[in-house]
Write a protein of this length. Structure first.
Length: 355
């Protein structure tokens, strides 16, 4: 079966210089894919010609006359730029012409436009951003929410757990992935009211055999791989993610500086080059690029805005795998099973954090 994916070629820090080569590479490696490149036609065509791929049988161009920049407000993205590459790429999903969309554009705009165009799955109050974080077991920890919802109620975190479980089950082949609730301690008595009330909901599902709730986890458990999934509100999740990215860059810069500081250190680096290459590969953030916007009536994946072509190709792969495993239907079915009569959404402030 051919999986069709719409690519917002104009989004991100680098635009077509990254998105088009990534699309070409993915199409060359995945014969069951067909990619629609959305954006300024002349710019995309020029990039395709540069890579001698203007006649690629599984790549096509869909013109969009506007571009949402990283600095555009939500009002501009939603109301003024209705023919943006981002919106058109998402609309292709809504119309059923593609099964997923990938964009490296403004995170807040992507969430807002996606929710406006696609709407949410019945039973889901708020979509969530889920991404992969490397751990000591050389397998990813799935973490959500990472910034779409700063103020949450227990039912929101409960829904995040359900959607995360469906995602991991579909893409990783784990029928009952373990779920951890991020807290300041493992004990049930610790944490704020939000965490305690959410834990009650998850324990009830665990007792019914619906979800595999491990219990409370702490920050170090994310990188130890204690659970397959870590659930938290968007404020905590975004701070954790950005701190982790900053630590990774700090570690790499410090290691490079020290190895260059003397001839002995340079010799040591030469001797350890294989191990260093292996470490670099395991911790390479590009391998974990591609965050899912879960809870929408369509598949949308967010690439990091500064990703290179290798990283963006990983985001396309995440979208392809999700569509290939029918993730949308699985999430919808799981939500319907757990919450056949959803409550009226609780009002609250939803803040999408832009990169």
């Amino acid at each position: 079966m051919t999986i069709k994916i719409s690519i917002d070629c104009m989004g991100g820090d680098h635009g077509p210089a990254v998105t088009v080569p990534a699309a070409i590479s993915f199409a060359n490696h995945e014969p069951d894919s067909e990619l629609i490149l959305v954006g300024l036609q002349d710019v995309i065509l020029a990039e395709l010609k540069k890579h001698k791929a203007e006649n690629h049988p599984r790549l096509s161009i869909h013109h969009a006359s506007e571009v949402i920049t990283m600095d555009d407000s939500l009002e501009v993205a939603l109301r003024r730029k209705k023919d943006s590459s981002m919106r058109v790429a998402i609309t292709l999903v809504k119309e059923g012409r593609t099964q997923a969309c990938v964009s490296a554009g403004n995170t807040g705009a992507l969430m807002a436009v996606s929710r406006y165009v696609l709407k949410t799955i019945p039973g889901v109050d708020r979509p969530a951003i889920c991404t992969l974080i490397p751990n000591q077991r050389d397998a990813p920890t799935f973490m959500l929410d990472l910034g779409a919802n700063v103020d949450c109620e227990p039912q929101h975190l409960h829904q995040f757990a359900v959607m995360g479980s469906a995602l991991v089950a579909a893409t990783e082949g784990r029928s009952k992935p373990t779920i951890g609730l991020l807290n300041v301690g493992e004990e049930d008595i610790k944490g704020n009211d939000l965490v305690k009330r959410t834990a009650e909901l998850l324990r009830a599902d665990h007792a019914k055999g619906i979800l595999n709730f491990y219990g409370n986890v702490e920050g170090n458990d994310i990188f130890e791989g204690t659970t397959d999934i870590v659930v938290c509100d968007g404020f905590v999740g975004n701070v954790t993610l950005k701190a982790s990215e900053g630590l990774g860059r700090f570690f790499k810069a410090t290691l490079t500086t020290e190895f260059k500081s003397s001839l002995w250190n340079m010799l040591g680096a030469l001797i350890a080059r294989r191990a260093l290459r292996s470490v670099s590969q395991r911790l390479n953030p590009s391998r974990y690029n591609g965050a899912s916007l879960l809870g929408l009536r369509g598949l949308v994946f967010k690439s990091h805005g500064s990703a290179d072509a290798y990283g963006y190709e990983w985001a396309i792969k995440r979208a392809f795998d999700a569509a290939n495993h029918d993730l949308l239907s699985r999430i919808s079915a799981t939500i319907a099973e757990l919450m056949p009569h959803p409550e009226i959404p609780v009002s609250g402030t939803e803040t999408a954090i832009n990169e």
